[in-house]
Ligand binder design. Structure first.
Ligand code: GDP
Length: 284
């Protein structure tokens, strides 16, 4: 009867092979193991018993469902930046060193200036690396965006407060606060960034993460997610060769939507997050 109606059903047996392949693909794309398990379980629970068109094999049907589910999960909650708060809107950037925070601060400033016509102030609180402060200063000059001159002899929290006072007094629409990154998560750094967040009450607290970072991205996401109320994620280096499974891991671990993707080193290489593009790469 079923074959006459041209339909079949997905069963544990006919999906087992495909799920195994998906599991491998996700692991190869560097998605964290617990996230892979959770994803495969969700898919299994969702699809067993579903009807499919006989013009597709169960495998083809399942691949489409998996692709759609991956897009739904990674793309969940994608939205524009919240710029409706009382100005100055504070955007705090957090993440490991090398993730792309300073570059993303510049990209966001350019985007806010050009697309949203906002008056932006850039500030760095990286008192441990004067070179990082200089990097942001140069970027600000290149973009013709205002820069708050941070004195690296002062504590990071003091600098953040001073930058906010300046942003209020000079009537900036948006203050972007770049923070220190360490190569690995450490407690002192987490206390400092928590204090900065407490001092400037950001409207957006964005976790900046290298899409190629794999397990490091997962550990950082856990630590920053535990320390801060993350409102969004900036996924950088999506132009790289890696399949970028960190996107799915970070979305699941932080629970925060991925708002932007960095697509290159240049200051205009920032786009709203496109889940479809990343999903296709993750599945390989
Ligand atoms: P920070 O330590 O987190 O502030 O990281 P930086 O902003 O200094 O970035 C570290 C490196 O990553 C720099 O060489 C950037 O040019 C590079 N980078 C940042 N974002 C992207 C991106 O989206 N694509 C590529 N290809 N490189 C990026």
């Amino acid at each position: 009867m079923e074959s006459l109606r041209g339909r079949g059903r997905l069963t544990e047996e006919n999906i087992a092979d495909t799920l195994r392949q998906v599991r491998m693909a996700l692991l190869e794309a560097d998605v964290a193991l617990p996230v892979v398990k959770g994803f495969v379980d969700t898919i299994r629970a969702k699809v067993v018993g579903q009807e499919f068109d006989k013009s597709l094999t169960p495998g083809q049907m399942l691949v489409k469902l998996i692709h759609d589910e991956l897009i739904a999960l990674m793309g969940a909650g994608v939205r524009p930046l919240n710029l409706r708060a009382q100005p100055p809107v504070v955007i705090l950037l957090a993440g490991l060193q090398g993730a792309g925070k300073t570059t993303s601060a510049g990209k966001l400033a350019k985007w806010l200036k050009e697309n949203e016509r906002k008056k932006v102030l850039l500030a760095s609180t990286d008192v441990y690396r004067p070179a990082a402060i200089l990097q942001l200063e140069r970027l600000a000059a290149q973009l013709d965006v205002a820069f708050f001159p941070s004195d690296p002899k002062k504590p990071a929290v003091t600098l953040a407060k001073e930058a906010l006072t300046e942003a209020k007094q000079a009537l900036y629409d948006v203050l972007i606060v770049d923070t220190a990154g360490r190569l690995h998560v450490d407690d002192e750094m987490m206390v400092e960034i928590k204090d900065i967040a407490g001092a400037v009450s950001p409207t957006e607290t964005l976790f900046v993460v290298d899409s190629m970072a794999g397990q490091d991205a997962v550990n950082a996401a856990k630590a920053f997610g535990a320390a801060l109320t993350l409102t969004g994620v900036v996924l950088t280096k999506t132009d790289g060769d890696a399949r970028g499974g960190a996107a799915l891991s970070v979305r699941q671990i932080t629970g925060a939507p991925i708002l932007f993707m960095g697509t290159g080193e240049k200051t205009d290489a920032l786009e709203p997050f496109h889940a479809e593009r990343v999903a296709s790469r993750i599945l390989g």
